[in-house]
Design a protein around this ligand. Sequence first.
Ligand code: EPZ
Length: 438
Amino acid sequence: MTDVLTVHGGTPLKGDIVVRGAKNLVSKAMVATLLGESASRLRAVPEIADVRIVSSLLELHGVQVGAGDEHDELTFDPTNVEKAHVADIDAHAGSSRIPILLCGPLLHRLGEAFIPDLGGCRIGDRPIDYHLEVLRQFGATVEKRPEGLRLTAAQRLHGTKLTLPYPSVGSTEQVLLTAVRAKGLTELRNAAIEPEILDLIAVLQKMGAIISVDIDRVIRIEGVDTLQGFTHRAMPDRIEAASWACAALATHGEIYVQGARQPDMMTFLNVFRKIGGAFEVDDDGIRFSRGGEGQRSVVLETDVHPGFMTDWQQPLVVALTQTSGLSIVHETVYENRLGFTKALVDMGAHIQLFRECLGGLPCRFGQRNFLHSAVVSGPTTLRGADIEVPDLRGGFSYLIAALAAQGTSTVRGVDLIYRGYEKFLDKLDGVGARYERG
Ligand code: EPZ
């Protein structure tokens, strides 16, 4: 399959699409299957590259991954979990950050774990220091080797009291996946409480874990000796839903996103309405379109839940180039997630980046030389261009820009988009996008 799309812009996208399970829950629930004594069933699994990567990683560790009874169900049998070869893990992990989350479960099952150099989207430094500190506090020993990190646990990991320096999603999941089978109590302060994390907690509770989410970002976990498999339907992908919403707004179209859920998207919906979007919620999904015209501006900061998700930021910025007004976007989760705007400026967008924390409270990146605030002025006519996908969300956002632009664009590196957007070409067909492969 070719990695390049020739996109003809200027046609409003209209039609229905379906979103299935959230990438950022499904991949973690798949890791949780390692903790069970019996097989698990996960439903609403999307056909995305990240699911294939995590399946390969689990298979390397002896988990049998198979098709379930429903068309989008996978089964995981972890009865024969075993050590994997270092080189194999490296080869299969691709640029995924998931291997770090295998550590807790593997330490419980095998007493050791290995992680290769980790990748993930190029949206900032993306260190793993919190993860390693968490694992050390549970009693793991971390050893740096030329090929990666080796973790060992001479005896059963034990519960602990932790406070995260920042409510990191992955580090909170690390704590959950490790604490559920550690000996004794774990108390985590400054935890992330994203809906995907609460859905992971639901999965773990089905397995037999005892976890309470208290006020003020405190999560308490009572370790248990054994856990069983689970049957679970993954929550829908609210990042994909918002991406299609932005596509509808930017192209003056109307897209019904079946599976989109209002409670998971309230913060997005408020902003969407403020910038001139319209939406109608029904029992099965949300219909997104453009509302009345007029000057609409927004000042927003990306933040941990319940704030505006950083993953919504990139498609939203493209939508802002096509709506009226002067808006400020302050990215406070990743220091380098506005770099993708350069190509939009080359296409004709009016976007200026600033090192200062604009719009609201100072964040971790202020005074540190990161261009992490943007002023976007719209509407502007975008021109077709030759653009290269920079990262997953930036890549889908470039597709939106190309579809909103006048003329033809060449979008290179589109395969990356398959990591998180299921069958996106079929969905583009379904909403009337005009493009060719190659
Ligand atoms: C998850 O990444 C998601 N990925 C990201 O989605 C998402 O953008 C992010 O959470 C925030 O919501 C997956 O779920 C697979 P973090 P994660 O730990 O867990 C710093 C997408 O497009 N940090 O919450 O890796 C980090 O640098 C992806 O679907 C450390 O400093 O994110 C960042 O500034 C992209 N040290 C902040 O915390 C650490 O050890 C938040 O990161 C860990 C994180």
